[in-house]
Design a protein around this ligand. Structure first.
Ligand SMILES: Nc1ncnc2c1ncn2[C@@H]1O[C@H](COP(=O)(O)OP(=O)(O)OP(=O)(O)O)[C@@H](O)[C@H]1O
Ligand SMILES: [Mg+2]
Length: 320
């Protein structure tokens, strides 16, 4: 079976500004991550701030090239394509970020911004107008904003405009990185419903990045828990949320008092310790300085993802 997206051994390393000729320092944002996404499948990525979620998402849609590893999209090795070729695939591969500002040309009016994807892709005016009306009602944006520039509308309106643009050409793969974070809950629900509809009606593949574990648990079928650039636990979302295995996953999920009402009461553990520094990764298991179950091997040897149990669960922990 061919995957919609197949990422193998992805790493992204930055040179730290504090580097000197004598001492080279690196920031390892993503560290040897592999994952696959099928058509019509949604996959969550969760983890603390700075663990590499956005960087991974950017590599999956070809916005950033990996330092190592490959991303294959529907037979195209996008991690090796020049920018001009990736641009041709852009209507099909869409990022949606919380900060929509960076994708909106400040010199364009709302009208021009909403029409731009259709113009670039030679879509007829009547088809475009019909789709634009549909999109504006989905994201709850009124045409009275048409004459304004991005800085003349609110942050939430800019975000909805960014979303409408991303969804305009019915992409088949979306990385949604905190797409609903600054929206009020009714619009948030509409957006999530829209993404779900696209998933079931158009076979959209979705990577959903969020700190909101409740939304991830509702929106995704599989989840990857990330710690300091690597996956520490992956599996079916329901299963991982009901029965987290890695000490970090337990800590992360335990920090949410209740998820989904009474069903998943895991609220005992608190997230403790400082989020780690990607410039100073601990030896062995990166999580060991914060782990309750740390033993000698955890300080020395890096654990790799291993299958645990009879379900689709992989965990990187020596104490399994
Ligand atoms: N251009 C860059 N140069 C150097 N370091 C970077 C660069 N971009 C990101 N980083 C670092 O890479 C790491 C991962 O960043 P990333 O944005 O992927 O985190 P994240 O998991 O999305 O965090 P958040 O939840 O806060 O959005 C961070 O330590 C960040 O500081
Ligand atoms: Mg991020």
């Amino acid at each position: 079976m061919s995957y919609l997206i197949e990422a193998k051994h992805l790493s992204k390393v930055f040179k730290d500004k504090e580097s000197t000729v004598f001492k080279k320092k690196e920031i390892i944002a993503v560290d040897d991550v592999s994952l696959t996404i099928n058509r019509g499948e949604s996959v969550g990525i969760v983890g603390e701030s700075g663990c590499g979620k956005s960087m991974l998402g950017k590599m999956l849609v070809g916005l950033t090239l990996p330092t190592k590893g490959s991303v294959n999209y529907d037979g195209n090795e996008i991690s090796k394509l020049p920018y001009s070729e990736i641009k041709k695939l852009r209507p099909r591969l869409q990022p949606i970020f919380q900060d929509a500002d960076s994708t909106l040309n400040p010199k364009f009016t709302v009208k021009k911004l909403i029409e731009e994807p259709f113009v670039i892709n030679d879509i007829s005016k009547s088809d475009a107008n019909q789709r634009i009306d549909e999109l504006l009602s989905y994201v709850n944006l009124g045409k009275e904003l048409y004459g304004r520039y991005p800085h003349e509308i609110s942050g939430g309106q800019r975000q909805r405009l960014g979303l409408a643009r991303a969804l305009s050409l019915k992409p088949d793969f979306i990385v949604a990185d905190e797409p609903a974070a600054s929206l009020d809950s009714s619009v948030q629900a509409q957006i999530l419903q829209l993404l779900n509809q696209m998933k079931s009606n158009h076979g959209l593949g979705l990577v959903y990045v969020s700190h909101n574990l409740r939304i991830v648990s509702m929106m995704t079928e599989k989840v990857n828990v990330m710690y300091l650039g690597s996956f520490v636990e992956t599996g079916d979302t329901q299963d991982v949320f009901d029965n987290p295995v890695h000490p970090y996953t337990k800590m992360l999920i335990g920090s949410v008092l209740t998820i989904d009402g009474d069903k998943r009461k895991l609220g005992k553990t608190k997230v403790f310790g400082e989020p780690p520094d990607p410039k100073n990764r601990a030896t062995g298991c990166a999580f060991h300085p914060r782990c309750d179950c740390c033993t000698q091997i955890c300080k020395e040897e890096r654990p790799i993802l291993k299958k645990v149990g009879d379900k689709n669960r992989f965990v990187a922990c020596h104490n399994m």
